[in-house]
Design a protein around this ligand. Structure first.
Ligand SMILES: NC(=O)c1ccc[n+]([C@@H]2O[C@H](COP(=O)([O-])OP(=O)(O)OC[C@H]3O[C@@H](n4cnc5c(N)ncnc54)[C@H](OP(=O)(O)O)[C@@H]3O)[C@@H](O)[C@H]2O)c1
Length: 295
């Protein structure tokens, strides 16, 4: 296994599922707009195989990517799964016929989503299921998550789900969630230019809860910043590698799931655990979130 993935260190989810902190997000493997099949299914399968061959043992997905597409690709490429592979999925949304992202939080929809994930991934138990809050589609918004989370907790008691996480949530919703069941991870939008969850990350670290930033590279609007480019140039790395290395350094409970449909980008992303960021680089990067040149 390449030393770089090992260099990212490990984090144990829920006391029993240990993963390298450098993982992979499968969302980019579906078609344009995360809707429909990929243009080149063989290339998508190759990315998954290379990720796991490179040591990745934490893959983030959802049955609403495609829908069904990324889970079916994961199954086709990797089933039967290595014992150490942790596949984290999420439920709580569905896709409209136009590709829109809609809430799917009724007991029936949540139960169906767990069964869809099990079937399309070819699993008897899902390792980690994140409840994706949909009070705001593009960012966390307040509202009680008690009803849908109780449904997910019941599915956990039935043995269909090993661990539960929350996604797109506020600190108040995390607090509410932790009164209902054990929460092992939180998956929110966070990156160099979008550090809104800074205080939350440190709190969760203290409680042994993983923080899994989505859009670590900016998502549909890739990060652009003169500071980031400058640091990357000085270090002989790409801006995206520096953005990931900064996240790895940011807190020990951060797990990376950068998304890519490209083997070249996958290799670049997996190389970042070996990238050291000197103090002056960190200072320049820490300032990006409060400056207007970052997107
Ligand atoms: N919970 C949620 O609500 C939520 C929302 C969004 C995403 N997610 C999860 O988070 C994961 C990561 O987010 P994301 O994939 O949306 O965004 P991301 O990782 O921030 O960025 C992905 C974009 O960056 C490009 N990219 C990747 N590596 C690159 C590199 N080395 N150099 C240049 N460009 C690169 C990708 O294009 P190429 O394909 O061309 O490499 C893609 O356009 C997803 O896969 C998904 O599992 C969760």
């Amino acid at each position: 296994m390449p030393a770089t993935v090992i260099k990212s260190g490990t984090f144990t989810l829920g006391g029993d599922r240990s993963v390298w902190r450098l993982g992979y997000g499968a969302m980019q493997l579906a078609g344009p707009g995360v809707f429909g099949p990929p243009k080149d299914p063989e290339a998508a399968l190759a990315v998954l195989c290379e990720a796991v061959a490179s040591g990745v043992n934490h893959i983030d997905t959802s049955d609403f990517y495609g829908p069904h597409v990324t889970n079916q690709l994961i199954g086709k490429a990797l089933h039967p799964y290595a014992a150490d592979l942790v596949i984290a999925t999420k439920i709580g949304a569905r896709r409209g016929i136009d590709g829109s992202w809609l809430p799917a939080l009724t007991p029936n929809e949540l139960t169906q989503a767990v069964h869809d994930n099990l079937r399309n991934l070819g699993l008897d138990v899902l390792d980690v299921v994140n409840l994706r809050s949909m009070f705001g589609v593009h960012g966390p918004a307040e509202g009680s998550i008690e009803a849908p989370l109780s449904v997910l907790a019941e599915l956990q008691r039935k043995g269909l789900v090993r661990h539960i996480g929350l996604s797109n949530v506020t600190p108040a919703q995390i607090e509410e969630g932790r009164r209902i069941c054990e929460i092992v991870c939180v998956q929110n939008h966070y990156n160099l230019a979008h550090p809104a969850d800074d205080a939350l990350i440190d709190e969760l670290a203290g409680d042994g809860i993983a923080y899994v930033p989505f859009f670590p590279l900016g998502g549909f609007t890739p990060l652009q910043s003169s500071n980031l480019s400058g640091v990357a140039q000085r270090l002989g790395a790409t801006p995206m590698q520096v953005a990931l290395a900064w996240l790895l350094r940011r807190a020990p409970n951060i797990l990376l799931i950068p998304g890519t449909s490209s083997i070249r980008h996958l290799r670049e992303n997996l190389a970042v655990a070996g990238l050291d960021l000197p103090e002056d680089a960190l200072t320049a990067l820490d300032g990006i979130g409060s400056h207007a040149d970052a997107a």
